[in-house]
Design a protein around this ligand. Structure first.
Ligand code: 2AM
Ligand code: CA
Length: 270
């Protein structure tokens, strides 16, 4: 049995209240290996709460969470949980972070919820039923001109480890678009693209829990998502993707190819 979307929205909101209640307090910030991958006690409290509720709402399902990893269960039903997306912002009292919860049935992402507790905005979607924010339908933007497009991306130390270079691509799009944001919450940037606030997003390396809910919501809002070569296999490691409306997506893909060639040739010189 799968839970209702309303139940998942309520769960994300309750977890979000744990985050907002803890904001501004002193946190025990520890690093999970890489220097830009912090975790606080609030990440763990939010995750514990979600796991306890899911055990009731979705007993026996498989759950993958950021902080405690894989909880084996029925593989027909899989949940992807980020209990606090944007931990670096959170640990610095920057009020831009959220909770991200996604559900996949037979390995197909079918429900996604992203909740921003600071603005009380709940973004949600179920496959085939449209995307919404607080009850209002949301859509990707209609922007077709790269020069006017506001974009967003992220950088992670993992990229350095993987020998990938997002700086060349970042510079390329900075010069060609209306600007590129680095918002610090991968999930909320996807929700913002779904709501038409951002015109495009690309990332070179994330994790399943960062993107699963955002992919469902953005696709239901009309987004075209591909891997960085334009292929359909974007929900798999390293979770690299390009997301935009259907007019802008092919334009960005061409630019991305040019930028990535520049990046490769700069490596050859360097
Ligand atoms: P987090 O806050 O849940 O860790 C910041 O650039 C965004 O990328 C955040 O959504 C953050 O998620 C995610 N992020 C940062 N470092 C990461 C890493 N090493 N692996 C996966 N996601 C990461
Ligand atoms: Ca997190």
């Amino acid at each position: 049995m799968k839970p209702e979307l309303d139940d998942i929205c309520l769960l994300a909101k309750q977890a979000g209240q744990i985050l907002s209640a803890g904001l501004g307090k002193r946190h025990q910030v520890t690093q999970k290996g890489l220097q830009d991958d912090p975790v606080t006690e609030i990440d763990r409290q939010s995750e514990q709460f979600i796991l306890e509720r899911l055990a009731v709402l979705a007993p026996g399902h498989t759950v993958l969470t950021e902080e405690s990893g894989l909880h084996n269960g029925n593989t027909e039903h899989t949940w992807y949980i980020d209990p606090l997306d944007g931990t670096m912002n959170y640990a610095h009292d920057i009020p831009f972070f959220g909770v991200s919860i996604a559900y996949a049935h037979q390995n197909q992402l079918t429900m996604g919820v992203i909740y921003d507790p600071m603005r009380d905005e709940c973004f949600y979607a179920e496959k085939g039923k449209g995307a919404f924010c607080n009850g209002r339908p949301i859509h990707v933007s209609a922007e077709t001109n790269l020069r006017s497009a506001l974009m967003s991306t992220g950088f992670s130390m993992k990229l350095v480890e993987m020998g990938k270079d997002n700086f060349t691509v970042f510079k390329h799009f900075m010069l060609k678009s209306a600007g590129v944001r680095r918002m610090g919450s991968a999930a909320l940037q996807l929700a913002y693209a779904a709501a038409g606030r951002l015109n495009a997003v690309w990332q070179m390396s994330l994790s399943a829990w960062d993107v699963a809910a955002g992919f469902v919501i953005a696709e239901e809002a009309g987004a075209v998502i591909s891997d960085l070569q334009g292929g359909p296999d974007f929900f798999k490691p390293p979770y690299e993707f390009l997301l935009a409306n259907k007019e802008l997506h092919p334009i960005l893909l061409e630019e991305l190819k040019i930028a990535m060639q520049k990046s490769e040739s700069s490596h050859e010189i360097g």
